[in-house]
Design a protein around this ligand. Structure first.
Ligand code: NAP
Length: 478
């Protein structure tokens, strides 16, 4: 049995470790870059961190007593993934610098091709290609006329001088907010171009002391307890966002509101920072110091819409030119791309483009009818909300392994979800999605082309339950 894993980020490293544990040693991981880490390798912007606490954003089998903070910086997270990959001997299984361009299912086998012309055949393909992977560039007139340095937040140019520079940031998502706090002390002027105000949840980010880290090292049980507490806390939050009327969501709203009222002192600025939709409708921003940063004398919140980009800066609709040396596009990602643009052809010539028109779907976000033995980690419509995607991927992989086992034991040769199972799942999902806070009147990357949240709309405990064992009736085994 031969397996291909596409991507050596968090989920690809996990797949490699778990395949080895299951005794499936004939596998190859394809990675387009020259290092593991996925999103943590690609995002290197100042202030990068994860809004899931580090002790929860770790593999269950790889607790890390050394995390420096409750929300550790991105470079530490990248180092963690590199360390785990090395420790579990994953690196030797990776073909670095190989971009998978095509996967065709024919004669019960996946035929895989990479950009370098390398070809190989596999029984099973696991797509671990990530969710927020392809940068979304804004459509703004004159974008390519800017004379200064300009780049997307996920393509940070570290050669560009920031100290004492006039820096503009387009966007007010998690990325932009983290950057504002990190850059404000360094730059001469920071202009934040806000199209939509954001609710901000205050959350301190204390450092762990040497004594605390030593205690985690000495007593792994304490670490497990801490992880469990964090997990329980996140379950509460996860349950709140799927029920727009829950008391927890009211508490989140009140905490964000109090943060705005108590910490933004100028009433005019406060009104411009006040969102007109409910808290957590967009993915909640977590920051202890954004309001402090945006009130500094060298910060400007620009709320006039952008008219166009000019060689020397950004012209807003009020006619003002905001002169800049550096322009950062923190404008998010194409959240519906998943493993595309890989050209994937399933049974009877069915292409993924066809199967995913008008929008991506997969049964339980894992399996696509007509694409046998292709399994997705963190695929479409899965839990992306405010969960740890590591726990999501671990649960999904355990489920996928049970499907793979059915092929390995010779029960069949090809397995994928049935069309009926996918249709039933999508019907129920769409119905539940209408009860969530994500449809209470805002735009966000969670919403699909119909304005429905492309996410798991139930509680996280129900996700855990569903991931226990595949329902044989939902699968076609041939
Ligand atoms: P995002 O949440 O999609 O935010 C994109 C921002 O760009 C929005 O403020 C959007 O405005 C603005 N924008 C897009 N096109 C624009 C245009 N043409 N003109 C003006 N503004 C424009 O992207 P992100 O901040 O990179 O975050 C994406 C996700 O990555 C997060 O939700 C989170 O899941 C993840 N992330 C997580 C962390 C973390 O701490 N874990 C950190 C960074 C990112 P509108 O709101 O008006 O659309």
């Amino acid at each position: 049995m031969r397996c291909a894993v596409i991507g050596a980020g968090m989920a690809g490293i996990l797949a490699a470790i778990k395949l080895t544990e299951a005794g499936l040693r004939d596998f190859t991981v394809f990675e387009k870059a020259d290092r593991v880490g996925g999103t943590w390798r690609e995002n290197t912007y100042p202030g990068l961190s994860c809004d899931v606490p580090s002790h929860l954003y770790s593999y269950s089998f790889g607790p890390n007593p050394e995390w420096s903070r409750r929300f550790s910086p991105g470079s530490e997270i990248q180092a963690y993934f590199e360390h785990v990959a090395e420790e579990h001997d994953v690196l030797s299984r990776i073909r670095f610098g190989e971009t998978v361009t095509r996967c065709v299912f024919a004669n019960k086998t996946w035929h895989l091709t990479t950009a370098s012309g390398y070809r190989d055949d596999f029984d099973v393909v696991i797509a671990a290609t990530g969710v927020l992977h392809h940068p979304k560039y804004p459509e703004i007139d004159g974008l390519d006329t800017f004379r200064g340095a300009m780049f997307h937040s996920a393509r940070w140019d570290h050669d560009v001088h920031l100290d004492g520079a006039r820096v503009g940031i387009v966007g007010t998502g998690s990325t932009a907010v983290q950057m504002v706090s990190a850059l404000i002390e360094r730059v001469a002027k920071l202009s934040l171009f806000q199209r939509t105000a954001q609710w901000v949840m205050p959350q301190e980010n204390p450092a762990y002391t040497d004594e605390e880290r030593a205690a985690f090292r000495a007593h792994p049980g304490n670490l497990a307890g801490l992880r469990q507490n964090l997990s329980d806390m996140f379950d509460l939050f996860a349950n709140a966002v799927v029920d727009a009327e829950s008391p927890e969501i009211q508490m989140i709203q009140q905490a964000c509101l109090a943060n705005l009222e108590n910490n933004v002192h100028d009433s005019e600025l406060r009104e411009r920072l006040r969102p007109t939709y409910r808290a957590a409708c967009k993915r909640l921003i977590i920051s202890p110091d954004f309001y402090d940063a945006i009130q500094r004398p060298n910060a400007e919140l620009v709320t006039d819409a952008i008219e166009r980009i000019e060689p020397s800066g950004v012209r807003t609709k009020d006619g003002r030119l905001h002169e800049l040396d550096v322009l950062v596009l923190a404008t998010g990602f194409k959240a519906d791309a998943f493993m595309r643009p890989i050209d994937i052809v399933g049974r009877d010539g069915m292409t993924l483009e066809q199967a995913w028109t008008p929008r991506p779907e997969a049964f339980l976000s894992i399996s696509i009818p007509d694409f046998p033995n292709l399994f997705l980690l963190n695929g479409p419509n899965g839990p992306v909300g405010n969960f740890s995607l590591i726990e999501v991927a671990e649960l999904q992989f355990r489920y996928i392994m049970q499907l793979i086992e059915r092929i390995r034991t010779g029960e069949g040769r090809e397995i994928c979800a049935t069309h009926d199972a996918l249709a039933d799942f999508e019907r129920a999902r769409e119905l539940a999605a209408k009860q969530t806070v994500w449809v209470t009147g805002c735009q966000s990357w969670y919403l699909d082309d119909r304005g429905l949240p492309a996410v798991w709309p139930w509680s996280f405990s129900s996700f855990r339950d569903v991931m226990q064992t595949p329902d044989p009736a939902a699968y076609e085994l041939t």
